[in-house]
Design a protein around this ligand. Sequence first.
Ligand SMILES: [Fe+2]
Ligand SMILES: [Fe+2]
Length: 421
Amino acid sequence: MRNYTTATIRPQYHNAITEWQQHNFPELAMLEKYWDKFFPGQTPFKLYAKIGELKSNLIEYGRFAGRPKFERAGDMQGNMFYTARDIIKAQCSTELGSIQQHRLTLERATTDEAKFAVLRIMAEELRHAYQMFWVLDHDPTWKKSGHSDVAAETIEELLSMELGTHVLDAFNIEFNDFLDNVVYATVIDLVGKYQLDMQKVFSYAPVARSMGPMFSEEGFHLGSGRKILKEIAVAATRGTGEYSIEDVQRAINQWYPRGLEMFGNELGGETNVLFGFKDKTNGVAQNEYIAEVQMVIDNTNLAIAQVYHQGAPIPELRKLIGDIMTSGEPKGGLAPENFVFLPSNKFFRKRGPEGIAFQPYDVHGELLTMTFQPISPAQYIDYLKTVLPAKFIASREFAKYVQQMNDFHEWAASQSGFALN
Ligand SMILES: [Fe+2]
Ligand SMILES: [Fe+2]
């Protein structure tokens, strides 16, 4: 039994997003053609909004707790109105950006199953974008008297975004191989799951009603990522397939810091709780996320260990992996290099608390120093080349990072009155 009703948006925007799809995701037709072969018995994909039920008609968190949820955007005042718009816009940008990213390397899929899993993820992300359009389109009060038409402007802006102009950094990174599709579905979609879950309480009711159905679909994205990641790690261990364990590690190193930053500064997020938009602050959600990524890493490592020790009891294998990874020493014929690990949350950060963003931390969370001083940005870039994928190092987004890091350090030097080397 489905617990939602459906709706379409006005033809002008329905046609605009369909046109966007034909340009950015023409492979949707192939998914529709073979849906029953890859997803037998499952409801075929359809582009519409799914409107779920509210957990509570009353605002659950913050300043307006206990009052009825806002049904009209126009009833939200000042900052709250624009912060809601920013959240909807950022959410929708992630949906559209991820389609543009997945498509780049879709043809590199390791199996037909993996390819159709990615096609389904792309289709569902398209529906999620459509859902955000519905939020903006069905409520005429996004156009407040005396203000511009916020809905129309936001939709237009979203439809024109390309890789490089999306709201969040993670959605501007170009994919270079299929490992990106897989690690991304594992690490980046998982942040999506946390955001959707937190926003089930959203004090503006149309957003809250949108979250349940989107959250359920996200489960397939995460599950597919984890399953294919394991397959790739096992193939790497057997010496078959296109990727090595080191390739997998470098892909994790590339994506995980951007995932951490999608929560916003880990010391902030109170405003969203105050407005009743989310039920947790950034740091609380980010900590839960870190623990869940660690669990995915542990399960991937278990699959790797099972290649070497087929049929061994699982608790024994988990203990063996734990011993190897905490001591950094080989044991039972296996060594740390045979496995993957979760990088430190200080590694390769460009946003976040002072003392972490743009500081030269290594993957283990050690501050890299030379003669008792943190190493220079140039030296840190040399280090990053040893732990990130070579194709990513050559990318536009990495060049942007280098520029931002240099700007940051120049600014910091000007503040403290002496130049860094
Ligand atoms: Fe999504
Ligand atoms: Fe997703």
